[in-house]
Ligand binder design. Sequence first.
Ligand SMILES: C[S@@+](CC[C@H](N)C(=O)[O-])C[C@H]1O[C@@H](n2cnc3c(N)ncnc32)[C@H](O)[C@@H]1O
Length: 251
Amino acid sequence: MTDFYDDLAPLYHLIFPNWNDSIQRQGEQLDRVIQSEWPGYRMVLDVSCGVGTQSLALAGRGYSVVASDLSAMAIERARREAELRGLAIDFSVADMRTVNQAHGTGHDLVISCDNSVPHLLNDDDLLLAFQQFLACLRPGGGCLITVRDYEREERGTNLVKHYGARVENGKRYVPFQVWDFDGDHYDLSFFVVEDDLGTGQAKTHVMRSRYYAVSVERLCELMRQAGFESVRRIDDAFYQPILVGTKSVSG
Ligand SMILES: C[S@@+](CC[C@H](N)C(=O)[O-])C[C@H]1O[C@@H](n2cnc3c(N)ncnc32)[C@H](O)[C@@H]1O
């Protein structure tokens, strides 16, 4: 899994038609949900920041952001992207299953966006991660997670997910995924064809990982089991379902 995101880090922005526009849009949408759920909260701990899509977005909107990820290469790129934008974000490498040891407690908000938690391949690991998220929060703190809605995804093998094509610096990039289900899990191959429009030479990058196609309902149950209160799903506020939960004010 770490190799997957280490290799993907330099290409990650190609998933989006325009990464900066997506950063802007995600920032507006997450800010709206955060301020409606937990008015006035401004300190975010992003526990799966990757190359920084949501961390950059929220820091750009004045949030104070601490961010970590399992992939050292993704963190290296996130640091560069923050520098380029003049944003001060405290980045580090950490596993979301041990974030309390890495980041301590007292945070207003813990976020984990864009389908990161389904990289944990069983309920025990998900529960452990959610218990760690809870421990990172101050009393009354909020947790916000966004995931794919696997109930709406076709299951099978040789399933191809296209992203279109992007042209950058004289090269055309064609990213696409191939999914192969195996029960409630699937193996994902992420291909990026890199076509040099000047020389006509092409090469293909391929990165492979495995996901747990866990339902939103099961994730909500596990958040409640971990000790979160007021757990619920929010639809139509972001491009994925959002799950929110709050730590009791009595801690
Ligand atoms: C789809 S990416 C999303 C990254 C980022 N939130 C974004 O939208 O740009 C999923 C991220 O989860 C991270 N990840 C997977 N398992 C992890 C773990 N156990 N602890 C911390 N990060 C993890 C990966 O390294 C990857 O950066």
